[in-house]
Write a protein that binds this ligand. Structure first.
Ligand code: URP
Ligand code: ZN
Ligand code: ZN
Length: 460
């Protein structure tokens, strides 16, 4: 198996030049001008196109039992959607409920993914309780190749953990050299505000934001930062949505707390008015933390551009509008939380970030690929283009024009939060470890070829 990508403009987080990329087997082995392919090699002409490293989504929920239902994608459908959109590696949240043991949760996620993914993948291991049996199981899971934990300071009674459990998780993470990804919202404030809103007859999707305003998130970040400072654990704040929360993270970073920050393509492009749409349409836009007032968007873009925020993810959590979102028709607290975006993240970030002049090409690659590889221990195997790296490559056509629509998407969900949005550019060819998986916007790869990526601790 050999592959030559010819004449593309290679763009990484730190370099930009025209050259050919020669891949033997699964690996990039040479980058040079005018490489002559041997007979039988697959040759892709990338003249006039960019060649980016495979993009990495550090936060997805391909499989998620949640709020009385399940997220709609499977590893089969979700991984194909990821690849069509240029994402060659995903980090799925392995989230057992509090009733389940971590070891059993890990086995469940493996049963969902093994032999079924078309793209490469890893997990963040959800720590949704911490009792006498937890530590030994977490040690085994880390030894099996998962070097990041995931905790929730929200979702009382489901995934949320107590302060005592938070303390123990961070102490263990520090000891093991594992980074802790965290959903930061104060769950007591959320549940008290939810009760008050419902008691006042405020049941529509627009109330979701009122139940979890920016201060609720900022308080969650402050809380995590205090625990991180006292334990010395490395932390990663997932789906940060607003200025107040960012300020808390930055203040902690200034004090020396090891914290990386993720925002989402949804927060960069959508605002809370979408969730306030009438006729229950707003339910399509209900996620946690909620979409914010639009003025937060320029804060997030600026923080990305200046390196204060490290990554852009999707938190891909697809629930059908027709059959799942209506679980919260009469009560916004029961709307399954999540806005699908796995397929569209890269194209949206390119169109509304790079083309709109908000991000340069290097920062685009950095926040959508390289930083995730570095923070979570996959660099330089993933996240860049150099000899020795996996041949995960995105040949990106900047002249392609199109429109997002649920009718044509690969994600297994019945709506798009970005319906009708114009795109300027998309991947024309995507490779995973040396094999072509996408051509002209269509999946042509192999389901089951995706590998579980083993990671070792102490990578930050
Ligand atoms: O609304 C969201 N974010 N749904 C997925 C679960 C989570 O909190 O990440
Ligand atoms: Zn979350
Ligand atoms: Zn999530």
């Amino acid at each position: 198996m050999s592959l030559l990508i010819k004449n593309g403009e290679i763009v990484t987080a730190s370099s930009r030049y025209v050259a050919d990329i020669w891949c033997e087997g699964e690996t990039i082995t040479r980058i040079d001008r005018d490489i002559t392919p041997p007979p039988g090699a697959t040759v892709i002409d990338a003249t006039g196109k960019f060649v980016f490293p495979g993009f990495i989504d550090p936060h997805t929920h391909i499989y998620l039992p949640f709020m009385g239902t399940f997220s709609k994608d499977t590893y089969e459908t979700g991984s194909q959607a990821a690849l069509v959109g240029g994402t060659t590696t995903i980090f799925d949240m392995c989230c057992p409920s509090r009733a389940d043991e971590p070891g059993a949760g890990f086995a469940t996620w493996n049963a969902q993914s093994t032999g079924k993914s078309a793209c490469d993948y890893s997990y963040h291991m959800g720590v949704t309780k911490f009792d006498a049996g937890t530590e030994a199981q977490l040690r085994e899971i880390v030894a099996a190749g998962v070097s990041s934990f995931k905790i929730f300071l929200a979702y009382k009674g489901a995934f949320g953990i107590s302060d005592e459990e938070l303390w123990r998780t961070l102490k263990l993470a520090k000891q093991l050299g594992v980074i802790v990804a965290a959903h930061c919202e104060n769950e007591t404030l959320v549940s008290e505000r939810q009760k008050e809103l419902l008691a006042a007859g405020k049941t529509d999707p627009g109330q979701h934001h009122e139940s979890r305003p920016p201060l609720v998130e900022a308080e969650g970040v402050h809380h995590l930062m205090t625990f991180a400072e006292l334990t010395g654990a490395a932390t990663y704040i997932v789906h940060l949505s607003c200025e107040q929360a960012l300020q808390q993270a930055l203040a902690a970073r200034q004090r020396g707390v090891n914290v990386a920050v993720e925002t989402l393509i949804q927060y960069l492009l959508l605002d809370k008015t979408f969730a306030e749409r009438g006729g229950f349409d707003g339910a399509k836009f209900v996620m946690s933390p909620p979409l914010r007032d639009a003025r937060n968007q320029s804060v997030l873009w600026h923080a990305l551009k200046s390196g204060l925020i490290q990554t852009v993810a999707t938190d891909h959590a697809p629930f059908d509008f027709a059959r799942q979102k209506p679980m919260g028709q009469a009560d916004f607290t029961k709307i399954p939380n999540g806005i699908p975006a796995l397929e569209d993240r890269v194209n949206l970030l390119y169109t509304y970030g790079v083309r709109a002049g908000k991000l340069d090409l290097h920062t685009f690659v950095d926040v959508a690929s390289t930083q995730a590889a570095k923070i979570f221990g996959l660099f330089p195997r993933k996240g860049t283009i150099q000899p020795g790296s996996d041949a995960d490559l995105v040949v990106f056509d900047p002249d392609w024009r199109g429109t997002i629509s649920a009718a044509t998407q690969t994600m297994n969900v019945d709506y798009s939060a970005f319906e009708g949005w114009k795109l300027e550019g998309r991947p024309s060819v995507v490779t995973v470890r040396g094999e072509v998986a996408v051509r002209d916007g269509k999946f042509v790869g192999k389901v089951g070829r995706g590998q579980f990526l083993k990671r070792t601790p102490n990578h930050f």
